[in-house]
Design a protein around this ligand. Structure first.
Ligand code: HEC
Ligand code: HEC
Length: 235
């Protein structure tokens, strides 16, 4: 009896210390270290591929009424159904009015899809250090835009510094276009054209072709303006 009360007491001290340490980290460092490395990797990939930008952190939803929370699909959908949705997308259409689940097949590897599925099936726990990059808000709009370019996952499809080159084998151009260089600047020669493209997306074709996601209703106007300012700093 005595012993277990002691144990509970020690546990409480441990939790308070952990909470205090997490507090010192400025919000980072919270969460646990899952025993399954696939679940840990899945949590980091969920952040890296900006699943969290649309589905909310840990898939809790609340970003847009057009994007479902993912808390229940880990039990209601099978491994193969989940893998197929990630590889092939869902609800994709030429209707520019609403967000759709992007086709990720050309961009996310088979082992990464398996890790994401493990994470979803584990109930999307909060994993230590799997946090979106912070966005500096008081250092000018282009600085915020550079962080958002990573946080919203643009970098996965358009490459570092918008240099492009990410393969999209079934598409007419065979690669996802760069967001830098003369050709891009000639075609997207006004702020409106660039912003409208990000807001509405552009469906190039059916899976396995990756298309430009629809970010309207997901990325707030302030962040769209920051992304635009960042893109204008690129070569
Ligand atoms: C641009 C926004 C966006 C991004 C980014 C995104 N999703 Fe989705 N996702 C959606 C939308 C919208 C749906 C609902 C599609 C439908 O039902 O028509 C969806 C559906 C899903 C579903 C099926 C949910 C259900 O209830 O049937 C899964 C699983 C899923 N997404 C996983 C992911 C993962 C994993 C990532 C990151 C690799 C991701 N999503 C990134 C918008 C997004
Ligand atoms: C799943 C991959 C993917 C992601 C993520 C993605 N894009 Fe795209 N994007 C594309 C594809 C594919 C096209 C080409 C569409 C077309 O040609 O119709 C494109 C086109 C564009 C264009 C127009 C360039 C051109 O030559 O057509 C801009 C601007 C753009 N994306 C900005 C962004 C920004 C900003 C983000 C992050 C918020 C982002 N994209 C995220 C795949 C992606």
């Amino acid at each position: 009896m005595r012993r277990s009360i002691m144990a509970v007491g020690l546990l409480a001290v441990g939790l308070v210390t952990a909470a205090a340490l997490a507090g010192c980290g400025g919000g980072g460092g919270e969460g646990s270290n899952p025993s399954d490395p696939q679940v840990a990797m899945g949590a980091h990939l969920f952040v890296q591929f900006a699943c969290a930008s649309c589905h909310g952190e840990q898939g809790k939803g609340g970003v847009s009424s057009d994007v479902p929370a993912l808390k229940d699909v880990g039990t209601s959908l099978t491994v193969s159904q989940l893998s197929s949705i990630i590889n092939h997308g869902l609800g994709e259409s030429a209707n520019p009015q609403k967000p759709y689940m992007p086709v990720w097949g050309p961009v996310i590897s088979t082992s990464q899809v398996a890790d994401l599925v493990s994470y979803i099936r584990a109930g999307l726990p909060k994993v230590k250090d799997a946090d979106p990059v912070p966005v500096p808000r008081e250092q000018g709009s282009a600085v915020a835009g550079a962080a958002l370019y990573v946080r919203d996952g643009c970098i996965n499809c358009h490459g570092p510094s918008g240099l492009g080159g990410v393969p999209n084998p079934a598409s007419p151009d065979k690669t996802i276009p760069p967001l830098a260089g003369q050709e891009f600047r000639e075609e997207f020669n006004t702020d409106e054209k660039i912003t409208e493209m990000i807001r509405s997306g552009s469906v190039l074709g059916k899976p396995p072709i990756a298309s430009m996601p629809h970010w309207g209703g997901i990325i707030p106007d302030e962040d769209l303006a920051a992304l635009l300012d960042y893109l204008k700093t690129l070569k």
